[in-house]
Ligand binder design. Structure first.
Ligand SMILES: Cc1cc2nc3c(=O)[nH]c(=O)nc-3n(C[C@H](O)[C@H](O)[C@H](O)COP(=O)(O)O)c2cc1C
Length: 189
């Protein structure tokens, strides 16, 4: 059987924060299922917002016109069988880093026909408030559902939980296990 490639995209500025910890658990689960995992820390990259030039949407486009670090990420996204997207809740939705990454994925079809089709996607989110509604996490989850449903990729699962200080999520054994199981599931489909 072909080794599955999983690409993890960390959308928090906290490299070792709560959403990154959940993403790492997903990665561990995926590795236990035999996958090869690569992690990209978006904050550490030079990725600017989409400028709506529409160069990527033109016939025979060669891709996004912005010569930044998304160029290498586009190729990795295409190569991967599954993506893990991890984000904290910032102001009742996903972090800006995560949203800029999503916007820039508008250009993906210029690199490969149907680049989203068949991709398995796992979402990991954390928030400081008590639950997914009061924290605003649901707004981001809904965005992921709409966006990836629209692009014909497949959300394999979403794990999310409450934690304010960096590392606090580790004490939530239930969600840590759920994240591990989700990673394993990514390799099974
Ligand atoms: C700028 C900023 C905005 C935040 N906004 C919210 C919010 O709207 N709702 C919420 O529940 N928590 C909010 N939080 C708390 C974070 O979501 C929480 O600490 C989360 O676990 C951080 O994840 P991380 O460690 O992966 O960065 C905010 C934190 C920051 C720094």
């Amino acid at each position: 059987m072909k080794t599955k490639k999983v690409l993890v995209l960390l959308g928090s500025p906290r490299r070792k924060g709560n959403s990154a910890i959940l993403a790492d658990q997903i990665a561990r689960g995926a590795k236990s299922g035999g996958a090869k995992v690569e992690t990209i820390y978006l904050q550490g990259k030079n990725i600017v917002p989409c400028k709506s030039c529409f160069a990527c949407q033109k016939k025979n486009s060669k891709g996004c016109s912005i010569p930044d670090d998304m160029q290498e990420i586009y190729l990795k996204l295409i190569e991967a069988d599954a993506w893990v997207i991890a984000s904290p809740v910032y102001w009742f939705t996903m972090s800006a880093q995560t949203k800029i990454f999503m916007d820039r994925c508008f250009a993906l079809p210029a690199y490969r026909k149907d680049p989203f089709r068949g991709k398995g996607i796992a979402i990991a989110m954390t928030y400081g408030d008590e639950d997914p509604f009061s924290s605003g996490c649901v707004n981001a989850l809904r965005t992921f559902q709409d966006a990836y449903g629209y692009t014909e990729s497949r959300i394999v699962g979403m794990v999310y939980g409450s934690a304010m200080d960096a590392g606090q999520i580790r004490s939530n054994e239930k969600i840590m296990q759920e994240a591990f199981d989700l990673g394993k599931k990514l390799t099974e489909e």
